[in-house]
Design a protein around this ligand. Structure first.
Ligand SMILES: Nc1ncnc2c1ncn2[C@@H]1O[C@H](COP(=O)(O)OP(=O)(O)OP(=O)(O)O)[C@@H](O)[C@H]1O
Ligand SMILES: [Mg+2]
Length: 250
């Protein structure tokens, strides 16, 4: 459903992505793991056309394009099919929860006001915020704000949602409710590509795990393959940092 091929991106002399390729099937939850600076955010930003890649291709359903020369109108076509969840929520602070989600639908996706209201309420219900429609972000916890961010991304029923460390800005006690929300989306068959440092979440929820280091995919496979039988020494070392007492079946 989503095919990413050979993505390259440099900032000046800093080669951040050195040919990244992976496939996503409908219903997949892909977890991207990797240490800080390995290029995970840059990769997602290139796939959402926030950043212009130097090389590479993307296919999403019937849509196909080179990333480098992609015209704005092509980027917009892709964005009609992809949602994005930011680490820091990116909400309008002067808009209520309901209006934040509605605005995305109206401005970003050309949905009429009545339909936007209906879809926004449905999306906020999915993330458990039906009782907070008229609250402003400052009146909500970080976990609730991020759930608005997730509602905004699911509201227009995209083919795939990209999430960049959706829980890393949260206080530890709020991480669980957001992971639970994402898990529910997964159970409902929503396709997601999630950059995360939540290793046990990735192990339990991801259908596919990608480990990145220094701008390349070191290893990718099913959750079982990566967590129980990692082939690469670099993957083992990375995981052992999180799972000190982890028993590998090698
Ligand atoms: N806009 C930019 N301009 C210049 N360099 C950048 C820019 N964005 C990212 N970089 C560089 O690209 C490299 C990869 O950054 P990126 O944010 O993609 O890493 P990451 O894997 O998401 O890390 P983290 O886990 O800390 O979020 C870093 O060396 C970073 O300094
Ligand atoms: Mg990042």
């Amino acid at each position: 459903m989503l095919k990413v091929e050979n993505v390259h991106k440099s900032f000046g002399k800093n080669q951040v992505l050195k040919g990244v390729s992976f496939d996503v099937e409908k219903g997949d939850v892909v977890a991207i793991l990797g240490s800080s600076g390995s290029g995970k955010t840059t990769l997602l930003r290139c796939l959402e056309f926030f950043e212009k890649a130097d090389d590479g291709r993307i296919e999403l359903g019937e849509l196909k394009t080179d990333l480098k020369g992609a015209h704005k109108s092509v980027a917009n076509q892709f964005r009609q099919h992809t949602g994005f969840v930011f680490q820091n929520y990116n909400l309008f602070n002067n808009k209520t929860a309901l209006d934040n989600v509605k605005l995305g639908l109206i401005k970003g996706h050309g949905v009429d006001k009545k339909k936007a209201d209906e879809l926004a309420r449905k999306a906020l219900d999915k993330v458990g915020l039906s009782d907070r429609l008229d609250y402003y972000p400052s009146e909500l916890s970080g976990g609730q704000q991020q759930r608005i961010g997730i509602a905004r991304a699911v509201a227009f029923e995209p083919d795939v949602i990209f999430m960049d460390e959706p829980t890393s800005a949260l206080d530890p006690e709020l991480v669980g409710e957001v992971l639970e929300t994402i898990k529910k989306l997964a159970e409902n068959g929503i396709t997601m590509v999630i950059v995360t440092h939540e290793i046990s979440f990735a192990r339990d929820v991801a259908t596919k795990v990608i480990y990145m280091d220094e701008g390349v995919i070191v290893e990718q496979g099913t959750s079982l393959e990566i967590f129980s039988r990692p082939k690469q020494e670099r993957t083992r070392q990375f995981l052992s940092r999180f799972l000190a007492d982890y028993d590998y079946v090698i």
